[in-house]
Each structure stands twice: as C-alpha cells, then as structure tokens.
Design a protein around this ligand. Structure first.
Ligand code: DPP
Ligand code: ZN
Length: 847
C-alpha cells in the first residue's frame, strides 16, 4: 500500500464549478450519470497538466465524454486518466454500480431494502468518477429516480414527482458530504425558526415501526440549533434539515449537508428501549453532526490530515453543549474517564500519532480518540489560555475569514494569533507531537511563599522520537488547612521543560489543587500525602479535582492490592461512604465518586509505572474491592437505593438519570448480599430500559440471570437495538474464563450477523472491552477475535480494522500473552488479499 504524506500536498489543477448527478436506482445495476464542469484553478501554480486523473473504485464505466467527444480513458483499480486540453471543459459520464453487494458500507449501499450513502472519507469514488478530495468543493444538483416513496439528497428540493426527485444544494461542498437516501420511510416532522426568522422544516426519517422512537432526537436537534445560535451565533442555512436512521452503518453518524445519516443506535430512542446513557449519547451525537454544519461543512478541511480541524472543534462544541444541557462537572469527569481509558492507551502504544498525523495509508484508520478527543482537549486548552472572550472573538473571525474554505490547522491558529496577538508557534506542538506529556510537580513553603516547580517530559514514540516541551495551561487553586480558599483558580502557563511559580502573601501553608478541571491532557504526578488528598476531597472548590482526589485514593488502593496483595484501604472506603451519603451533593456527583477505575485504566497506569499488568490480578482486585464496598455500605445501601428511586414518569434528563445511577450503584452492592432478590424485583417492575437492563446485568453478573435473559430475549427479539444490548451484556458480564466461550456461543445464535456492524460490535466490542476476559491466559479470545476479523475483512474492512485496535496493547503484557497475540496478528496479516485498512492497522500495531 502507498503512504500519503502531508508534506506532499498540492492544489488540484482545476476547480469544479458545478456537478449534476442523475441516479436511476436498481439494487444490482444502479446507473449514475454525471455532468461536471471543470475550470483551471487559479491557485494551481504549476504547468497545466495534459491529463486528468479522476478517482473511481468498484464502478463500471459505461461511457465518458469531454465537451461531447467520446473518450476511452485508461482505467486502473483506483480511477481513470484521460487527456485534456487547456481551459474549461465539461466532463460527462455514465457508470453502473451494485449497491446490493456493497457490504463495506462505503459509497451507495443498501440496508434493509433502503438505499443510503456514506462518503466520508473516500466513499464518493465508489459512486462515480470524481476528484474525490475535500479541497475540491462544488455546487451539486442531484436527480434520483426510483420506485420509492422517499427520495432524498442534499440541499433543497426542486422537483418532487412520483418516483423522481430533484435536489439542489446551493452551498459548495466537497464530495464527502454528498448523500442520497431512497426507501419506504416515514417522517417525524417538526420545524425551527432561526434567529433571523428563517423557517426550517425538520424531518427525522425512519423505517415504518420506528415512529415511536423519534421524539427525543427531534427535541435534541432543535435544542442544538438554538444553542449554536446562542453560543456561537451560527444560524442554519437551508430551508430543510433531514436526518435518516439506518441500521447498517460503520460510524455513529454523518454530517452530510442538510441530510445527516445516522446509525439507528445514535438517533432512535424511547424510554422502553433506551438507557439513560443512550439518551445522553444520542443528544450529543445529534448536536455533534448538526454543529458540523459550520465546523466541517461551511468550513471544511483542505486534506484529510486536517481532520482534527473539524472533529476536534466539533467534539469540543458538543461537549460544551452537553455541559450546558446537563451537568458541566459530570460531563467533564466523564470525558476525562473516557480520555484516559481510550486516548491515553492509544498514545502509549504503537498506534500513537499526533492530533494532526503526517502520513497515512488508509485515512479511515485515523478516526481515532487522538484526532477526536485529544483534538478537543487542544481546543479547550486554547480557550483556557486566551480566555472566553478572546476565544469567541477568534471564532467569529474564523467563521468570517474562512467561510467557504477548505482550511488547515495553520489557518485555524493564525486566526487566534491575529485576533489575540499571541505567538502560537510552540502551542502548535500539540498538533504535531504524539504522546502524552508527563507533568510532575513539587511544592515547598517558606514564610508566606509557596513555590510550585513543574517538570514536563513526553515519552518518545515512533511518531515523535524527539518531543520538545509543550505549552501547558495548568489551572491551580490553593486551599488553606481550615478548608477556605487561599487562591481562586489561576492559570499558569508552562512553556519550559522545568518551571517554577511562586505564590506570596499566604497566611498559612495551603494544599495546592493542581490541574483543576483537567486543564491539559497530561499525566500528572503530584506527591500529595493521603491526608492532603483527603483535605482536597473534602474542601476543593473545583469539582473535577474533588473527584480526582477520590479517584487517586481508589487507584492507589487498587494498585497496592494488585501488586502487593494489600487489603482495600479503609480510609478510601470511609471516604466514599461519607461522600455517597452526603445528601447535600447531587446524586450524579455522588455516583461518580463511587465509580472505580476500570481494569483497562489500571492496566495503563501499571504499564506507565513500568509494571507488567496481570489481567487476572487486576480483575481479582476490583472484585475484592467491590466486595469490601458491599460490606462498607451494608448499613446505608438500602436507604440510599430507596431514597433515589424515581417514582415519577421516566424522563431522560440529568436529574432523573443521576438518581438512577446512584441507586443502581447501591443495587450492585445489595446484589452481592441478597442473592439477587432486589435486582429481580427491579427487573420485574421496571417500566423503562435503563432499570430493566441494569437489573438484568447485575443478575447475569451474579450468575442468576438465565431465566431473565430468556424472558428478555422473548420480549425484545424484534427490536434490533435492544437485542444488541442483550448480546453485549452476556459477554461483558461473563466470568473472565467464560468470556470467549460466551462470545463464541452468541455467534451461533440465529440473530447474530457479522455484516451488521452494530451486532458485530455488540459481541466483539464487549469481548475486547472485557479486559480479563479478552486477555484470559488461555488465549481463546485472541483466537476467536482473529477468526472473525479474517471473516469480516473481505466484507467490511473499515469495521474490521477498527476492531484490530484490541491488539494495540500487546507489548504491555507478559511474554506468553505477547506471543499469543503476536501469533494472531501475524496470522491475520498472512491472509491473502487482506484489506489496506486492516493491513495498515496490524502492521503499525506489530511495530
Ligand atoms: N461522521 C463522523 C463524525 O461526525 C465523521 N465526520 O465524527
Ligand atoms: Zn464529527
């Protein structure tokens, strides 16, 4: 496979002034006619080429013409080349494609009888011949002919007849934002009036039978539209905004202009079928895709190396939205848990790459936690450094200056430099260096002065062998021994490898509260005594750092249990007992204080500390801790459970969800002591999926779930999304020694199908996230996963390659596990005709 480099970028020699597409739909022989107007690109400085290359893959060329003259282009598997004269010209072609056999779910494909598309990143080239690169932006007019009641494309409708619809999108866009949908669909409709008074029709299209799962998504869309006006001053720009739910989809959702296409799991919701977490995730994804209309669509990326330009910013924007809609501290803490679980692991292993990568073979492999989540952290740091007012001023300039552009990270940073006068040359290292900086701090106190001395160091990686010091915004506060605040949050700007900051005029020696709000994505080492941590846990005014201190106590106790066979720390148990019982705190915060570091997080921490993680020991320590917690809470668990029971009608809001999550944390403890009686009662009386599913999971985990599993299957066998939960839960709640066998058994279930990414991920995503199960010493899970990756790769390379990241941590483990994982990696790599996606992933992982 060919490697593509950022440094090789050159502009395309032509602009595309307009694109006319005509689709005649047929499952196996869809015809696509195109009329494309090319003109010389003034930004192209080289000599005008004598030939033109157009991307095109897996499409049959029927005919091609330039300015009406028939051509016979040179065809390869990647596209075509033909001779061109200077000046402007019109390209016309007709091609044939086979959507029914498109199992890769890229380009035009079929899902349950409906047609749909996925063109990001490079799917449009499977639809017709085209310069399929994001810096080629054009105005599209699309005609769709087919025997379906609903025929959709981007933009506004121009003609709607029986079996024919014509759409026009006035906004120039790259081909990756093209979309087409056709099928027997029903609409849940509403409308929105924008801040300037424009009326926008809103539709959520679903398959008949799913009408009852649309209301929440529609509300979330309207809330997103309003929020982007209020906070960023961004207004919607078409007469129509459509969302379509599709069952077979590789990603969560796609921000096609005016026609978002969603994985049904990321949009369909009802109290009976969705958990609280489902609702929160759906709200966030709808917002994310909607926000792309400005950050992604109106301003797009020059090339795929700039992916974080739209994704980091849009993730940042959707996290702000969730913070505003729900609880800001809860959102921040949840995001940090996620970052540490996924992005830190990526940054620590062979897949480490900068937020803006400098080379790739298959761009689909770079839709990563680093590009998305670390990319969002970088935006957050920038905002912390310049302040809120300057941030929104810079964003206004960004939208004004770059509207209609295919932009770069350089453009983005220049906007901040121009509007704030700052030099961001060093800050840019956050985009160009891989690896998570290690930040350590020492503090000393003399007379009335506290000195904090920070040292930063980023471990070298293959992607960044010689990392340089980064700009680290460190939010700091100081808390006096009596619990009062000595210093409100102040942001220190660290730029050197080692740097000291002094705080004078203090009345007493304070406890420093460092990295408030997790102000930078670093690994912080701060040698605070347990007593100081307990002090911050009780008095810190920063909610994140309060939580963090509890987390550190939990981590420390678990690590001592894992590596030294220690008992659970009674001080930690007493601490969480106190917080969980504190009714002055909101239930969601109390529940977060109870959350234990995951096995994967503990493995990452152990690896960082130079210890080989032993999966069984990690699992056993968490189990022992869970038992100790059940004992410690025996006196209050039933009361807290009862006090947090929600008796009102189910609402997916933060308040009710917080009570449920705290109550269910108690139920988990109760289930360890009552043989599952309370969980069974909750299951039987549940009128919503959240309470039903949690109860089922606890029963299965306790080995008492067989009867309810059968009942659940019978109740929900016709609901795909609920059945995905049923599949996943059995794997994630299996004992480590049974996880692989459970997954294998489920692949034999008649409802298992590996061609549906949601179902495949339900089983195998759960297996790879079951740390002790996946890494069970037998190696059975490694082999099972490899078998299925080999099976799926020829059908769906994108989902296969993504799942390969399960092996990214292979070098952390003992030599026996290493050998077993390496054998599977090697076996997959030896498969004939392995996809480019999977080949690149495993080659990088193998190292
Ligand atoms: N649809 C994916 C996302 O929104 C890729 N753009 O992140
Ligand atoms: Zn996105």
């Amino acid at each position: 496979p060919k490697t593509i480099f950022l440094s090789d970028y050159t502009p395309y020699p032509w602009t595309v002034d307009s694109v006319d597409l005509h689709f005649t739909l047929d499952p196996h022989a869809t015809r696509v006619r195109s009329v494309i107007r090319f003109a010389p690109n003034p930004a192209f400085t080289g000599e005008t080429p004598k030939t033109m290359f157009l991307h095109g893959e897996q499409i049959k060329l029927i005919s091609a013409q330039i300015d009406g003259a028939a051509l016979d282009p040179d065809l390869t598997g990647e596209g075509l080349t033909c001779a061109v004269l200077g000046g402007s010209f019109t390209w016309e072609s007709e091609v044939e494609i086979d959507p029914a056999n498109n199992t890769a779910l890229e380009g035009l494909y079929m899902s349950n009888g409906m047609y749909c598309t996925q063109c990001e990143a490079e799917g449009f080239r499977k639809i017709t011949f085209y310069p399929d690169r994001p810096d080629v932006m054009s105005v599209f007019t699309v005609t769709v002919e087919g025997p379906h009641p609903v025929l959709l494309s981007n933009g506004n409708p121009v003609v709607t007849e029986n079996h024919l619809a014509k759409w026009h999108d006035p906004w120039p866009k790259p081909a990756y934002l093209f979309a087409l949908v056709a099928g027997d669909l029903v609409a849940h409709s509403d409308s929105f009036t924008t801040m300037s008074g424009r009326h926008v029709d809103l539709n959520l299209y679903v398959r008949p039978g799913d009408e009852g799962k649309c209301a929440f998504g529609m509300q979330a869309l309207k809330a997103s539209m309003k929020w982007d006006e209020d906070v960023y001053g961004r207004e919607y720009d078409l007469d129509l905004f459509n969302i379509v739910a599709v069952d077979d989809f590789n990603m969560g959702a796609m921000e096609n202009k005016g026609l978002n296409i969603f994985n049904s799991s990321a949009v369909l919701a009802s109290p009976e079928t969705s958990t609280d977490l489902n609702f929160e995730r759906i709200e966030a994804i709808i917002a994310h895709e909607y926000f792309h209309n400005w950050t992604g669509n109106r301003i797009t990326c020059r090339d795929w190396f700039q992916l974080c330009l739209k994704e980091g910013l849009t993730v940042y924007r959707d996290s702000q939205f969730t913070s505003d809609m729900r609880s800001a501290p809860v959102k921040r803490i949840s995001d940090v848990i996620d970052l540490r679980g996924r992005q830190f692991a990526e940054d620590q292993g062979p897949l480490a790459h900068p937020v803006r990568p400098e080379s790739f073979q298959e761009i689909n492999n770079f839709y990563t936690a680093t590009v998305y989540e670390k990319g969002a952290e970088v935006i957050g740091m920038l905002k912390t450094l310049v302040g809120d007012e300057a941030y929104y001023k810079a964003l206004d300039l960004y939208f004004t200056r770059h509207d209609g552009d295919a932009a770069t990270i350089e453009d983005w940073l220049k906007v901040f430099e121009d509007s704030t006068g700052r030099d961001l040359a060093q800050f840019k290292r956050w985009y160009s260096q891989a690896g998570t900086p290690r930040l350590s701090v020492a503090h000393s106190f003399e007379l009335d002065t506290l000195t904090l001395t920070f040292t930063q160091q980023t471990p070298p990686s293959a992607a960044t062998p010689n990392p340089l010091p980064q700009v680290i915004p460190i939010a700091v506060g100081l808390i006096y021994p009596d619990g009062t605040e000595a210093l409100e949050t102040r942001v220190l700007e660290m730029t050197k490898a080692t740097q000291s900051f002094r705080f004078t005029g203090l009345e007493d020696e304070p406890v420093p509260s460092i990295l408030r709000g997790f102000s930078a994505p670093v690994v912080l080492t701060h040698d605070l005594s347990d007593a100081d941590r307990a002090h911050l846990l009780a008095h810190d005014t920063d909610p994140f750092n309060r939580w963090e201190q509890g987390r550190m106590l939990a981590r420390k106790s678990l690590l001592a249990m894992i590596t030294e066979g220690a008992d659970p720390d009674p001080a930690y148990l007493a601490g969480i007992h106190k917080v969980a019982s504190d009714t002055t705190l909101d239930p969601a915060t109390r529940a977060l204080m109870l959350d234990m570091p995951s096995e994967a997080e503990l493995a990452t921490v152990l690896h960082e500390a130079g210890t080989t993680p032993a999966p069984a020991a990690i699992y056993a320590a968490r189990e022992a801790m869970a038992e100790a917690r059940a004992d410690a809470f025996a006196d209050v668990a039933a009361d807290i459970y009862a006090a947090n029971t929600v008796n009102e009608a189910y609402q997916p809001n933060a308040d009710q969800a917080g009570r449920r999550v705290l109550g269910n944390a108690m139920l988990a403890m109760i289930t360890r002591r009552d043989d599952g009686a309370q969980a069974a009662a909750q299951y039987d009386s549940a009128d919503n999926m959240n309470q039903q599913l949690v109860a089922l999971a606890l029963l299965v985990g306790a080995g008492k779930g067989d009867e309810k599993l059968q009942a659940f299957e019978k109740q929900w066998q016709d609901d795909r999304l609920v059945m995905d939960k049923w599949f996943g839960l059995q794997v994630s709640k299996a004992k480590p020694e049974d996880a692989a066998a459970t997954a294998r058994r489920l692949t034999e279930h008649p409802a298992f199908t590996h061609t549906n990414p949601n179902r495949f991920r339900a089983v195998f995503g759960a297996l790879v996230m079951h740390h002790a199960g996946f890494h069970h010493v037998s190696g059975d899970a490694y082999t099972l996963l490899a078998d299925w990756l080999i099976t799926l790769d020829p059908l769906n390379p994108q989902t296969t390659a993504r799942m390969c990241s399960a092996f990214q941590t292979w070098k952390r483990y003992d030599s026996d596990r290493q050998a077993k994982m390496l054998a599977e990696i090697t076996r997959i790599l030896a498969t004939p005709n392995l996809s480019r996606d999977t080949t690149e992933m495993l080659t990088r992982i193998k190292g």
